[in-house]
Design a protein around this ligand. Structure first.
Ligand code: ATP
Ligand code: MG
Length: 423
């Protein structure tokens, strides 16, 4: 026997025991987004490397160390998408969806980052992305947050808190940058290598450092709120009022800068203390300059991304039940001539009761062996078709969970009987 091929580190399979919960939560997200007027836009897994360099920024963790970049057979530099916003904006520009229009979009799929794999941090992970393009805000900023709060409530998640900040315009950021540069320069020798290399290139990134040794220095740094332009300060104040009015609690965190370069004004994160150190479940912000930066006309925009692995883990930690995709029914067909009748009956049921989950026993076997499989399938009811039932055009109904009695009904009466039993 040859050795089995190993999976790629940090890239997980989603097994059937878990896929029911994933599926149900993804469906819930889709329904929620369409309830708020968002439509799906799908982008490719691969984009030109240049797209991410121009949008996320050269001096960021993602572009510096995390991208899966390769040359294709034509020597073109391509990258597996590490996030979705850049691709969505690229698609919006490519298809003329943004000029003089407003778009509320969502997207979900795997993202790829070459990180150190650990709980809540993978090399392939999944995001649910929401983007609103062509909106100045702050109403849309508030609505995005209200929408995410509704999701937590729907999933029974209560262990999240909202952190909020405003990064202002590029001009106010530039003034803040100067202040940070002056401040961190005093501690140049105490900075770690990463922070030293960012000092002159992008000192705001130092605020985002995950190194605990940097925390004390970071704690004394100037705060962006002192450098905000009036317009951004007003924008932020209205957002806060709208959230107050909606009854959503938040903490203004002046150190929240977010890892990507393209943010402006509103930035936010939903964080939890229930998932160890990977505590950010959802993160987002306004990126008013990005569309223009990528070659489109100036278009204000805001977006957020929910990390699905962390969301689903948090759902479980908060006591959420596994949402199964087990069949409702398992059809046992034992005896001469029963299989074709079982197929016919099953097809009729599928016609009459769309959505019913019905598994027909395959591969024959004795009545006993088939009942064992029925039990293992997780179905709530077994349908029993033997030679006697076939002759009488009847079928047995046997509850597999709880202690209901077995009964027998005509084929004609079967759908109505199932409606009763599967309520
Ligand atoms: P972190 O600070 O945890 O590295 P980030 O700022 O890099 O997060 P974003 O780019 O904002 O993350 O992505 C949005 C969300 O996607 C995060 O809040 C998180 O829930 C999830 N996420 C990001 N990276 C990973 C990863 N490697 N594995 C699993 N989930 C991730
Ligand atoms: Mg990261």
């Amino acid at each position: 026997m040859s050795a089995p091929v190993q999976p790629v580190r940090g890239m997980a399979d989603l097994l059937p025991a878990d896929s029911g919960t994933w599926r149900a939560i993804e469906d819930q997200l889709r329904d929620l987004l369409s309830a708020y007027g968002y439509r799906e836009l799908r982008v490719p897994v691969v984009e030109r490397t240049e797209l991410f360099k121009r949008s996320i920024g050269e001096v960021t963790d993602i572009v510096e160390k995390e991208m899966y970049t390769f040359a294709d057979r034509n020597d073109e530099s391509l990258t597996l998408r590490p996030e979705a916003t850049a691709g969505i904006v690229r698609a919006g520009i490519s298809h003329g969806l943004l000029h003089n229009q407003r778009q509320k979009l969502w997207f979900t799929g795997p993202m790829f980052r070459y990180e150190k794999p650990q709980k809540g941090r993978y090399r392939q992970f999944h995001q649910f992305d929401v983007e609103a393009l062509g909106f100045q805000g702050p109403d849309v900023d508030a609505e995005l947050i209200i929408l995410s709060a509704r999701l937590w409530a729907a999933l029974g998640i209560d262990a999240v808190t909202l952190e909020l900040n405003s990064l202002g315009t590029p001009e106010s950021r530039a003034r803040y940058r100067e202040a940070l540069l002056a401040y961190f320069s005093q501690y140049e020798n105490a900075l770690d290598t990463d922070s030293q290399s960012r000092l002159h290139r992008n000192p705001m990134r130092i605020l985002d450092s995950k190194n605990p040794a940097m925390h004390e220095i970071v704690a004394g740094a100037p705060e962006i709120s002192d450098y905000l332009d009036d317009e951004s300060a007003r924008h932020f104040a209205v957002l806060c009022e709208l959230l107050d009015d909606a009854g959503i609690a938040y903490r203004v965190n002046p150190r929240l800068v977010r890892g990507l370069d393209y943010y402006s004004r509103t930035v936010f994160e939903w964080i939890t203390d229930q998932l160890g150190s990977q505590g950010a479940v959802c993160a987002g912000g306004r990126y008013d300059g990005l569309v223009e930066q990528l070659g489109g006309r100036p278009t204000p925009a805001i977006g957020m991304a929910i990390g699905l692995e962390r969301l689903i883990e948090l759902y479980r930690v908060c006591g959420g039940a596994e949402l199964k995709s087990d069949p409702d029914l398992y059809l046992v067909a034992a005896g001469e001539g029963t299989l074709p009748a079982a197929f016919r009956l099953a097809e009729r049921l599928r016609d009459e009761r769309p959505g019913l989950r019905l598994e027909v026993n395959l591969g024959g076997g004795s009545f006993k062996a088939q009942m064992k499989r029925a039990d293992k399938s997780g179905a709530r009811l077994a349908l029993l078709l033997g030679e006697t039932e076939l002759a009488e055009e009847r079928i047995g109904l046997k509850p597999l969970r709880g202690d209901g009695e077995q009964e027998s009904v005509t084929w004609q009466a079967l759908p109505a009987a199932l409606d009763q039993l599967l309520q």
